[in-house]
Design a protein around this ligand. Sequence first.
Ligand SMILES: [Cu+2]
Length: 364
Amino acid sequence: MLRAHTGEPRFSLPYWDYFRPENYRFPREFGTRRLDQPLDGDDSNPLYHAQRNLYFTDWEHWSGNNLPYSQLTPEAVDWAPARDSVVFFGQTEREGLAGGTVDEDSSTRGRLESFPQDPIHRLVGVVIPRPPLPNPADPANPIPQEPVAGGMAFPPTAGFDPIFYVHHSNIDRLWAEWSCMPGKNWGHFPPQDWFDDNPWHFYDVTLENGQLKPVEVSKSRKDYFDYRALGVSFKSEDLSKTPLPLPDPIPGPAPALLASLTSFANVGSFSAVKRDMQRAAALGCYFSVNAEMTRSDRGRILVTEMPLDRILTETDGPFTQMEGRPAEPADIRLTVASIADVRKIAADAVSDIIRANLQTLLKT
Ligand SMILES: [Cu+2]
């Protein structure tokens, strides 16, 4: 879209290569209010953005020269943990270049997002103080408000700062570089429908009768993994190297057997456990139930939530106890009776369902 507007077919986004010490300073092109050469009589700099950290970004501060006062450090832009990650998808968001898709902990993210993606956002952006709110109950003591993040430090406003695009061009470059390194693999694949999902809508432009017309672009997630197919290339790129290809077709996860829901049933908030169980079911997991579990209220509620076609029984349990001894295969009758009771189905029907489930699992 930007290329179409410039009218320059070779226009490309620059990237801020902050790994070179000479680029540790905020780029001057973005950091002055005034242009050295006015454009059409206007010398205001369109790349300047007011909501920025003054000490790190301002090249024209009134108080002196040798600006800006602060610059990046090697630690702030250290991408070694991301670069050295062997897998793309981790099991949690703390491992893998891109983190995990199963872990919904929003305080963690993939390694590339953690360094250097985040520090650049936080260093460039600002903290905006907010005035205290009037306190009708006690007018002499207004209610203090926490400051908020703004500019690059706050995702909803980050894209309004033009530096965002040269920062993220560099992040894209790092991703491309990683994917061309030997010995990398995709790691813990998310399910097929995650790849088929199309959560993002973008605009591109086409030229129609000499007019630029917007075109909506909505692709599935998997279409964004092959950057070369998207027409993206980097000046620094070695085109003789092949980026890690996404398998075709993308494999769905193999059905997995969860050893026991006993611990599951006793740990964590109930809604979190229920959500985890639904996610595990969506991933193709089976749940094994033992008699001990059907004796606890939480366990019984979980059994009511379990998809019937994913229930199995545990034949023996060195760790699950029945009346003070390890559980034995003979205890299955009790488990089946409990499942039948909880689900309001005849015990024979439960037995048939479990047998069918086992046959399905063994066939896959
Ligand atoms: Cu970002």
